[in-house]
Write a new protein. Sequence first.
Length: 265
Amino acid sequence: MRDIDRATGLKWTFRINLVPAILLALICLGLAPARAQLVRSDYLEQAPIELARDAFSSGYGVVLAAEFGAILRESADPACLAAKSIDPAQLSDRGKDILVRYGAQMIQVIVDTVDMTGYEATLAMRFGPNARDDIARLRTDPEVQKALRLGQPGRLAEIAGRVADFFSRFVLLSRIKLSRPFSPLHSGDEKLLNANPSGSSAAAVRRFMNQSKSQQLARYVALMTAAQDAVVAAADRDKVLQIGPTHMFRGAEKEIAALCIAVGQ
C-alpha cells in the first residue's frame, strides 16, 4: 500500500458500503479506512472476471468506461494511431476491455490476501459448518432477492468506482500520460459523481429493510455481516500492506502504450 500514499501524499479512504448490517455485500457508499476494508466478502462469491464484467456493464460502470474511452482518444498520438492502423473509435471498446480484465486482476490480487481456511473456520464458528450453504439457500428467498435487486446498482457501482480509483493511482505511479484524471474521486467531475447510483440504491434498500418483517432476510443480513467480519479477520495483514496499484494492474501500462499513449516519460 505504500505506493498509494506516495502517489497522493495523503492518507486516503475508500468508499465502501455500510448500510443495514453490511447488507448484501455492502451496498451503499460510506467512508472507512482502505486498509481495513480492502477485502470484501462478496469478492469470494463470484469469479473476478464475472464481477468486473457485471460492474462495467452496469449503468455507472458504462459511464466510467465511456469516460475512460474518451480520455484514451484525447491522449493517443494521432500519427502513431495512423501508423498502427488503429481507428480512434476503437479505443472506447479497447479501454473497456482493459478496465474489465485488469479490474478482475485487481479483485484477484485482493482475494489472494485471504486465508480461506481461516475464513471458513471463523464463519463456521459463528454460524455453524453450513453457513455458506445457508447464504446460498437464502439468496433464493423472494424477500432477499428483492433486497439484492434494489442493492445491485450500488454494489456494482462500488466495484466499478474502486477499479477507477485504483487505476487512476496506477496511472500516476506508472507515469502514463493521460489527458486528465479518470476517477471521479480524483477529477471531481460532478457529472460523473452524480451519475453514481449508490445513494439512491442504499435508500431503496433502507426503505425495504424498514418495512420487511422477513426472518429469512434478517438471517441473511446476519450471515453477510458475519461473512464480512470473517473475511477481514482472515486477510493476511502483511500481504494487504504489500499490495497496491502497481501490483493490481501490472501489465496494463504495456497495453496502454500499445494504444499510442506515452508511458514513463
